[in-house]
Design a protein around this ligand. Sequence first.
Ligand SMILES: Nc1ncnc2c1ncn2[C@@H]1O[C@H](COP(=O)(O)OP(=O)(O)O)[C@@H](O)[C@H]1O
Ligand SMILES: [Mg+2]
Length: 330
Amino acid sequence: MPSSVMPTSRQGDGRPSPAVAVSAVGLRKSYGDKTVLDGIDLRIPAGSVFALLGPNGAGKTTAVKILSTLIAADGGQAQVAGHDLAADPQAVRAAIGVTGQFSAVDGLITGEENMLLMADLHHLSKREGRRVAAELLERFDLAEAAKKPASTYSGGMKRRLDIAMTLVGGPRVIFLDEPTTGLDPRSRHTMWQIIRELVSDGVTVFLTTQYLEEADQLADRIAVLHDGRIAAEGTAGELKRLVPGGHVRLRFCDPAAYRSAARALREATRDDEALALHVPADGTQRELRAILDQLERAGVEADELTVHTPDLDDVFFALTGTDQPKESVR
Ligand SMILES: Nc1ncnc2c1ncn2[C@@H]1O[C@H](COP(=O)(O)OP(=O)(O)O)[C@@H](O)[C@H]1O
Ligand SMILES: [Mg+2]
């Protein structure tokens, strides 16, 4: 059985570092003369959500397959849940769960039977298997449908069953390859909730997604996969700060107030027609307060204030846009 405590890894100087659930250095993979992964480095703290973000064909599934031991990398090294991928793939497999684009759900049998099959695979006793299956079916709101063939389930129900099946073995690291692709908005939100709950149990989630909003919503850290490399890595906030364009927009009803504000905020861009000022800002509380203080000193009050931060879409296009060399991104 996988230990319930994440092992700590040792740094070069022998000090234990905070538990790392997944670490990879220089992962490479090619198919024929097509390089899919061209040296990927990852370091994912235990108990966090990590999103590998990239469009179709970027190599997300390839990365998941390598890290979950389904295929071998051509080069590089990786540890998952404290075990070396190459040296101890069995131990990696015992510690992880994977749900992919191709679900493990068997449509011909019921949800409950699918769960019991997983329990058998994990060598749980009949009694324990029933207990775990019932508990997970309940948790994922599938108890009512448990006795129906899985082929009758909606897309969202199938995904939930898939995750429930993955959890039977008590994995410490879960790979979710595009967990919400093809789901309707409501099922997508349910899935997001499920993923957040997984993490509150201490599980590490490695998810792939094409959706910037999904990465923004769920992930502690995001890596943008582009041209076989990690083009950028960080929190959603850090990534957003990579691209300029954040500003505060202040709108006034009274032209006199507008003019006073424009005098007070000299760095602002004016929109005389709309009586609006755009002040460059990165969206931090400190900057916002500074702007408000300046307005207050000038004795004016804006009638409308909106903060515009660049979203991940801006970041993504800035990082991957062919018309914009990477060097231009600060
Ligand atoms: N078994 C394979 N043989 C040849 N090419 C493959 C194979 N698997 C994936 N590829 C190619 O590798 C690239 C990345 O695929 P994939 O990892 O599935 O991307 P993603 O999951 O980001 O959509 C694609 O161009 C795909 O066609
Ligand atoms: Mg894929």
